[in-house]
Design a protein around this ligand. Structure first.
Ligand code: SF4
Length: 303
């Protein structure tokens, strides 16, 4: 039996919503990203590697329906899983015309056991028509990459959009009843702890529905690796990262689902820091710090 967390894990939210454990199926919808194909820039975000940033889903050129079928077979056999969320993860999964988007998302509901959809994308890659389409699906979520609410940082990391763009996308998305998860990264070279906490405060102001927190990681084949190999820069250690994660948890509303605070790890492409792949140690340290502080998610949140 898992010990009760001092924060609100996404898995708990799913259990409360669907009455059973729900598994996320990672999908490759065959989309690209405008920050990599030359539309915004050709270099992409500095931390992004050739598979589209912290995402690995080996689609083996399978169609969305085939990917769903194979994942359901596997998860049902291994975990007796009964309900699933279709998760479009790699690159920008709203970067196409409406027709292609509808066809791709429709395909994700090829099995009745798919109970919701989660779409990872950039905040500058949605518009009214796309959001109006997404809101028609069962239990829709959009996951927006933000990384930092500091515009100077966004320029440095070559995001190609500013905080205002993210904020407007979140407001338009939530207005339609679509839930929003934000992705942020801790540990950019220029960022102080206060700047990282400021990002969390801005997300709290937006009453964000979910968050994924990553430690800045130098991945092979990323522009950041080029920079790092020429002149290695300081990267936080595990304890510093966990302390800041706990500060962030305290600042967020109690209702924000915590979808990721420790990576699943792809050690073969991680150049630094290597500790990011020690998932259970990170989770345990976060639990320990929250206990030491006798603190909970939302403790310092003020609406
Ligand atoms: S928006 Fe995502 S996929 Fe595109 S370059 Fe940035 S991290 Fe990579």
């Amino acid at each position: 039996m898992q010990k009760e967390k001092r924060y609100y894990p996404y898995s708990k939210y799913l259990f409360e919503t669907f009455g059973t454990k729900v598994y996320k199926i990672t999908l490759d919808g065959g989309f690209n990203c405008p920050n990599r194909d030359g539309t915004i820039s050709s270099g992409g975000c500095i931390f992004c590697d050739e598979v589209g940033s912290y995402s690995r889903c080996a689609s083996d050129n399978l169609s969305v329906a085939q990917q769903i079928k194979s994942s359901i077979e596997h998860l049902s056999a291994q975990f007796k899983a009964k309900k699933f969320i279709a998760y479009f993860q790699s690159f920008s999964n709203t970067y196409a015309n409406l027709e292609k988007l509808q066809k791709t998302y429709d395909e994700a509901f090829c099995d009745d056991r798919i109970v919701g959809i989660s779409i990872g994308t950039r905040p500058d890659c949605v518009d009214d028509n796309k959001l109006d389409l997404i809101k028609t699906y069962k239990n829709p979520w959009i996951e927006y990459g933000l990384q930092s609410a500091n515009d100077e940082t966004l320029k440095l990391i070559n995001r190609g959009h500013d905080y205002e763009c993210f904020k407007n996308a979140v407001i338009e998305t939530k207005k339609r009843g679509i839930k929003v998860c934000a992705h942020i990264i801790l540990g950019f070279e220029n960022e102080t702890k206060e700047m990282m906490l400021n990002t969390a405060k801005k997300l709290a102001e937006l009453n964000i529905d979910g968050i994924k927190i990553h430690m800045l990681t130098v991945l092979a084949d990323s522009p950041l690796y080029k920079k790092y190999s020429q002149k290695p820069f300081y990267l936080m250690d595990m304890e510093q990262y966990c302390e800041i994660v706990c500060d962030i948890l305290e600042l967020l509303p109690k209702t924000t689902t915590i979808q990721r605070i420790a990576g699943t790890g792809f050690s073969e492409t991680t150049i630094a820091p290597k500790w990011v792949n020690r998932r259970f140690e990170i989770l345990n340290m976060i639990d320990k710090i929250m206990v030491q502080r006798n603190s909970y998610q939302g403790e310092k949140y003020s609406p």
